[in-house]
Write a protein that binds this ligand. Sequence first.
Ligand SMILES: *Cc1c(COP(=O)(O)O)cnc(C)c1O
Length: 223
Amino acid sequence: MNFEMTLADRLQKLKKSLPAYVTLVAVSKTKPVSDLMEAYKAGQRVFGENKVQEMVGKFNEMPKDIKWHMIGNLQRNKVKYMASFVHLIHGVDSIKLLKEINKQAQKNERVIECLLQIKIACESTKSGMSSKEAKNLLKSDDFKALKNIKITGVMGMASFTEDKIQISTEFKNLKLAFETLKQLQKNMGVISMGMSGDYPLAIECGSNMIRVGSLIFGNRQYT
Ligand SMILES: *Cc1c(COP(=O)(O)O)cnc(C)c1O
C-alpha cells in the first residue's frame, strides 16, 4: 500500500479547507507541464507563474480555459509577450509599468486586470509601493487616462520570518491599505496575500486570494 498523497490529493485537501470566497492560485513556477496537467485534471484552473517566458511556454502547451496569473516582478519589456492572454497581473508597483500594460492591452483590444503591490514586509528585497504612493497613483491624471487596465485589488508578501505576530501585523496592514484605496477605486475586490507557509493566517486577516506553490507541487529546485 502507498500512503503517500498524490498531487491531486494535496490539491483537493487544500481546496476543501478553504472558505468558498477564497481564490486559490496554484503557483506552478519551475514545475513541468506534466505536474500542472495533474492539477488541471483535478479541477484547478488558476495558475500563477513568476517568469513571463515560462508562462508563455506553458500557456501554449496547456488547455485554453486556464486563467494565468503573473505573480512575479515584471519587467516592462516582457509585458508584450503575455498581453494577449494574461488574466491578472499581481505585482504592479509603478505608473510606468501600468502604462506599458495599458499600451499592450490596447494593442490586443482588451482590458487587463492588475493588482497594486503594496510593500508590507520590512525586508528591502520585497518590492511594492507604500499605501500613500498607491493612493497618489490612483488619484493621478496619468492613471485616469489609462482605459485598458483595471485595478481590481492589492497584493502583498509578508516578511520571511517565524514571528506570527509580525506576519499578521503585515497582513492587517495590507487589508487596511485595501480599505483606504477602495475609497478611490470602488470596484476593487481582491486582496492577494498568503502562501504555503502563511495562508491560514492570511485568510484570518482578510485575504480572499492565496498563492500556494510548494504545498501543492512539492518543493522547488532551482538550477
Ligand atoms: C513562489 C511564490 C509564491 C508561492 O510560494 P510557496 O511558498 O511555494 O507557496 C507565492 N507568491 C509569490 C509572489 C511567489 O513568487
